[in-house]
Design a protein around this ligand. Sequence first.
Ligand SMILES: *Cc1c(COP(=O)(O)O)cnc(C)c1O
Length: 342
Amino acid sequence: MTPEAARASARLPLAFLPTPLHPLRRLSAWLAQNGGPSKLQLWIKRDDLTGVGGGGNKTRKLEYLLADALAQNADVILTTGAVQSNHCRQTAAAAAQLGLECHLVLGGDPPDRVNGNLLLDMLLGAKLHWTERENRLARLDALAGELRAAGRRPYPITYGGSNSIGARGYVNALEELQTQCASIGLHPDAIAFASSSGGTQAGLLAGSAILGWTPPFIGISVDERAAHLQRMVARLATETAAGLGLAHTFAITDVIVEDGYLGGGYGVLGDLERDAIRLMAQTEGIFLDPVYTGRALGGLLDLLRNTPERLIGRDSGRSQSLVFWHTGGAPALFAYADALTA
Ligand SMILES: *Cc1c(COP(=O)(O)O)cnc(C)c1O
């Protein structure tokens, strides 16, 4: 089977695709006026609009993961994440759409106020299980065992849906972007996005090798040091390519990760994120999220203003373009109302 055929045969269409690709004219002008490259056009790929339960990047992974679950005749879907996990919310929504029971193992204690993604998880009818953050995968495993013992057919999905099946969603996504770019004659100098559990970046890299399309893919790390994330992404990209019939070993030097914007750690909103969220909202009318895309765009703008040569080469006066991949997450804004208005 060719990689294309393997990808197509195992995909359950859940998302509204293709997601839009459009220029960010006012944000690009702001950047040029605020110390950024003078002739850089920013574009945005709107995976916040994938559709299922509010959308986001996890929907593309779920198209492959849930196709696999159905092929295995699963009758209950399990996954895990943080209290404000976008992945959990999209999984619960897709499961509801398919008529499958969904269990979510969430890190920490139930908060006093239910809002954001957690509220949506509850509206979607997901069954919630709380455990310590470090214990989440073990609890997921134990829960799958309990369900199996009760005669059910559970399908557990790891953090962020980031395994070699889920990452196929971003192989497919890159092909979609390539088609869109070709149709308008756009040749991006770089593609940048938030990176955390690594499935998005691994899928894009595997897709890059399969398609032979090699702009730099810049992962702005949300919570991991570069060395660790590079290792995870290289391994997952290698496995993802192998699953699609391409024997290609990715090295850590193939994986670009910027880890200078970890701030106060995962989920801690600082000035960088707050400013980026406000700027995108006020220049383009687009909502970023407090955990991933706010940090990624904040980091990206900082890099473009201070060390653009690390991303797109020197500002030679030539027109340049960069695609920022919006991976979703805006429902979490409501859980950060206090921090966002401070
Ligand atoms: C999960 C998530 C990411 C990170 O994607 P990974 O594939 O886990 O690296 C980025 N942005 C948002 C909004 C997410 O929910």
